[in-house]
Design a protein around this ligand. Structure first.
Ligand code: AP5
Length: 217
C-alpha cells in the first residue's frame, strides 16, 4: 500500500497516517517529523531545515526530495508507506513520480483531507505532542489523561514552535500557494480521494478506509 496524505496544516494527516500505517502494516513517513528528528539531533540538515520551519516556509525541494528517497529505500518501506507532508510543491510531485518510476513502484491513492480554516486554527493552537514517542494530543479534542503528560510513555508533552498564531497564518498561506494545486494534479491522474476531515477521528478514518478499499457505506 503506497499512499500520500494531502491536506493543510492541522487537517489531521499525522493522526490519520498513524492509524492507516497500523492497518496496512507499513511505515508512517512524515517529512515534518523527519526534519524535527534531525533538528533534535542537531545535524546540519536539521539546522538548515529549522531556518525555514521556524517561520512557516518550506524547506528547499532538493533537500526534501533527497531525504524522502533515502527513507523510502529502507527495508521497512519495501511493502509500502503512508507519506504525510510530501509532496508539497509541484516540483516535489514531479520528482516523486520519477523516484517511483525508476524503482518500478506505483502510488495507490492520494487522500486529500478537507477541513475549513477556522477549524484548522483551533486544532493547531490546542495541539501538544510527545517528544519521545510522537503521540499527538489536543487540549480539547484529544486531551491526555494527565494534563501535560503522554499517556503512552509518561514523557512531558511539548507544543510545536510553529503552532504560534503568526506562524500558522504563514503555513496556511504557503499551503494555499504551493501545495493546494497538487489536488488538481492528482485528480487529473485519477489518484485523488477527497475526504471530509471535520468529523470525529474514528469517523474520518472509516471514511478514508472505505474510499481506499473501494467500499461505499
Ligand atoms: P509538518 O509537520 O508536515 O506540518 P503540517 O503539514 O503543517 O501538518 P501538521 O503536522 O501541523 O498537521 P496534521 O495535518 O498532521 O494534523 P495533526 O494530525 O497533527 O511540517 C512542518 C514543517 O516542516 C513545514 O511547515 C515545512 O517547513 C517543513 N516541511 C515538511 N514537509 C515538507 C516538504 N515536503 N517540503 C518542504 N518543507 C516541508 O492534527 C492537528 C491537531 O488536531 C492535533 O492536536 C490532533 O489531536 C487534532 N485532530 C486531528 N484530527 C482531529 C479530528 N478529526 N477532530 C478533532 N481534532 C483532531
Amino acid at each position: 500500500m503506497r499512499l500520500v496524505l494531502l491536506g493543510p496544516p492541522g487537517a489531521g494527516k499525522g493522526t490519520q497516517a498513524d492509524r492507516l500505517a497500523a492497518r496496512y502494516g507499513v511505515p508512517h513517513i512524515s517529512t515534518g517529523e523527519l526534519f524535527r528528528a534531525h533538528r533534535r539531533e542537531g545535524t546540519p540538515l536539521g539546522k538548515e531545515a529549522d531556518r525555514y520551519m521556524a517561520t512557516g516556509r518550506l524547506v528547499p525541494d532538493d533537500v526534501t526530495e533527497r531525504m524522502v528517497s533515502e527513507r523510502i529505500d529502507r527495508e521497512d518501506a519495501r511493502q509500502g508507506f503512508i507519506l504525510d507532508g510530501f509532496p508539497r510543491t509541484m516540483r516535489q510531485a514531479e520528482e516523486f513520480a520519477d523516484i517511483l518510476t525508476v524503482r518500478g513502484l506505483r502510488l495507490d491513492r492520494v487522500v486529500a483531507l478537507e477541513v475549513p480554516e477556522p477549524v484548522l486554527k483551533e486544532r493547531l493552537t490546542g495541539r501538544s505532542a510527545c517528544p519521545s514517542c510522537g503521540a499527538v494530543y489536543h487540549r480539547r479534542f484529544h486531551p491526555p489523561r494527565r494534563a501535560g503528560v503522554c499517556d503512552a510513555c509518561g514523557t512531558l508533552l511539548v507544543e510545536r514552535a510553529d503552532d504560534r498564531p503568526e506562524t500558522v497564518t504563514e503555513r496556511l498561506r504557503v499551503y494555499a500557494a504551493e501545495t493546494a494545486p497538487l489536488v488538481a494534479y492528482y485528480r487529473s491522474r485519477g489518484l485523488l480521494l477527497e475526504v471530509d476531515g471535520t468529523g470525529e477521528v474514528d469517523a474520518v478514518t472509516a471514511a478514508m478506509v472505505a474510499g481506499i478499499e473501494g467500499r461505499h457505506d
